[in-house]
Design a protein around this ligand. Sequence first.
Ligand code: HEM
Length: 189
Amino acid sequence: MLNMNTLTPFAFLLLLGLVFGHGKPDADTEKEPVMTKEEIKSLRQALKEAREKPQVPYVLKELTIPETFENGEKPKIFTDEELAKHDGSNPDLPILLACKGEVFDVTEGKDFYGPGNAYNALTGKDASRAIAMMSIDEDEMTPDLSGLTNAQLEMLDIFWEGTYKSKYPSVGFTQRLYDEIQQKKKDEL
Ligand code: HEM
């Protein structure tokens, strides 16, 4: 038999806990299950259907070529050759890049875009695909957006609006975008 007088208060409390606590159902395990089997089954089915449903393609924010800029100047149309001169290698020329076909003067950001700096590969060209993918891989340095995911297209819009349009002066548009818009106009007639 246990002699209560020999028990320290701590051991006594422990013993009480064991005696009265033992066998009591755990509060957590007593709870009703959060979901029934039926509910889990129908949730699984709904997820499966959502995955199989064709995704609504993300539509890029509209970009139009204005007749004149706010300062009254006509936007310049850049051929690939013209744009390529503006990759920062010639210190007498502004550093330019195109995003979604709009050409921005990023000379102010030369710590990003100057020769030898992190994003120099994006200059002197329209590398919208690389911007959308956040990649500086040579193969992605193209304006071709085919096969990109909605998230990547959205990222492109975020850079176009949030970085380029808000931080740098727009100086013109690429010949490619100009031709595309002209073609669309013809097709709509
Ligand atoms: C380890 C990976 C990276 C880190 C830590 C990083 C970090 C940053 C930071 C901190 C800024 C903001 C700078 C500022 O506004 O002061 C920035 C801007 C930017 N990043 Fe990155 N970046 C990374 C990769 C990339 C890649 C792979 C691309 C490829 C397209 C990229 C494209 C850009 C662009 C376009 C900007 C805007 C620059 C500007 O304001 O003109 N970044 N990055």
